[in-house]
Design a binder for this molecule. Structure first.
Ligand code: 13P
Length: 251
C-alpha cells in the first residue's frame, strides 16, 4: 500500500520567522503515521532541514533545473537540493508552466534530473478551465503523464499531484466524482506503464483549494493518497487539521 502524504507548497511565501511553523509541526505530528513534506522557498530549505532532522517531516524544493550545474543564473539544481538535505521536489506546477512557459518536455527533463539525484519527484498535472469546458480533462492528464514522467524502478521515486489549474487558489474544487474519475484513470495509466506492483504504490495527491473543511471528503476518495496544499498550508493550524484528516482517513 502506498504511503499517505500531506505536502505543503508555500510558493513564494515565508521568511526566517516562518520557520517557527515548521518547528511546531514537528512537535504536533511527531507520532504521525502519514508522510508530511514542507516545500518552503529555496531560501529557507537549509534551516528547514536542520529543524526537521530527527522528526518525521521532510523538506522539498519547488522546482529544479535539468542540469547539475552551469551558466543558469537564478536556477537551482536537483543536486543542490539534495546537498541541502531536501528529499522531494515539485516539478511542473501550473504556475511554472504558465509563468515560465515550462512544457511537458521541460518537466520530463527536470523530473529525470531529480530522480537521478535521489529526490522524490512530485509531478503536477491538471487541466485548465478551458480544457475542462471542452471535456478533455482525461486526455490532457494522460498526455501529461506520458510526456512528463520518466521511467522509475521504485514507486518511492514518484508522486503525482492532480491539480486542476482552475481550482488553484480559487476556492473551487471539482466534484468528488470528478476527482475520483481522474485519479482512477491515472492509476490505470500507471498500471499500463509500470505494472500493478509499482503503480499501486505510487502516491497520487489531489491539489487545488484543499482546506480543513473539504479535506476529509477528498481523502475518502479511492486512489487519493493525500494532498498538495497551497494557501491553507501557510496557516500551520489549517495544515495541521489537514494532516489530522489524512491520518484519520482509511488506509
Ligand atoms: P491552493 O491550495 O492555494 O489552491 O494551491 C494549490 C497548489 O497550487 C499547490 O501546489
Amino acid at each position: 500500500m502506498q504511503r499517505k502524504l500531506a505536502v505543503a507548497n508555500w510558493k513564494m511565501n515565508g521568511t526566517i520567522e516562518k520557520l517557527q511553523d515548521i518547528e511546531s509541526l514537528t512537535k504536533i505530528h511527531q507520532q504521525s503515521q502519514v508522510g508530511i513534506v514542507i516545500c518552503p522557498p529555496a531560501t529557507l530549505i537549509y534551516q528547514a532541514v536542520q529543524i526537521t532532522n530527527n522528526s518525521n517531516l521532510q523538506i522539498g524544493g519547488q522546482n529544479c533545473h535539468y542540469d547539475t550545474s552551469g551558466p543558469y543564473t537564478g536556477d537551482i539544481s536537483a543536486d543542490m537540493l539534495n546537498n541541502l538535505g531536501a528529499r522531494y521536489v515539485i516539478i511542473g506546477h501550473s504556475e511554472r508552466r504558465n509563468s515560465y512557459d515550462e512544457q511537458n518536455e521541460d518537466v520530463y527533463a527536470r523530473a529525470t534530473a531529480a530522480i537521478n539525484c535521489n529526490l522524490t519527484v512530485i509531478v503536477c498535472v491538471g487541466e485548465t478551465a478551458k480544457q475542462k469546458k471542452q471535456n478533455i480533462t482525461l486526455d490532457v492528464v494522460v498526455t501529461q503523464l506520458k510526456e512528463c514522467i520518466p521511467n522509475i524502478q521504485d514507486a518511492r521515486q514518484l508522486v503525482i499531484a492532480y491539480e486542476p489549474v482552475w481550482a488553484i487558489g480559487t476556492g473551487k474544487i471539482p466534484t468528488i466524482n470528478q476527482i475520483h474519475l481522474v485519479h482512477s484513470h491515472m492509476r490505470k495509466q500507471l498500471n499500463k506503464r509500470f505494472g500493478s506492483e509499482i503503480a499501486s504504490q505510487i502516491c497520487l495527491l489531489y491539489g487545488g483549494s484543499v482546506n480543513p473543511h473539504n479535506a476529509t471528503d477528498i481523502f475518502a476518495i479511492p486512489d487519493v493518497d493525500g494532498a498538495l496544499v497551497g494557501n491553507s498550508s501557510l496557516f500551520s493550524q489549517d495544515f495541521s487539521s489537514i494532516i489530522v484528516a489524512l491520518e484519520s482517513s482509511k488506509f
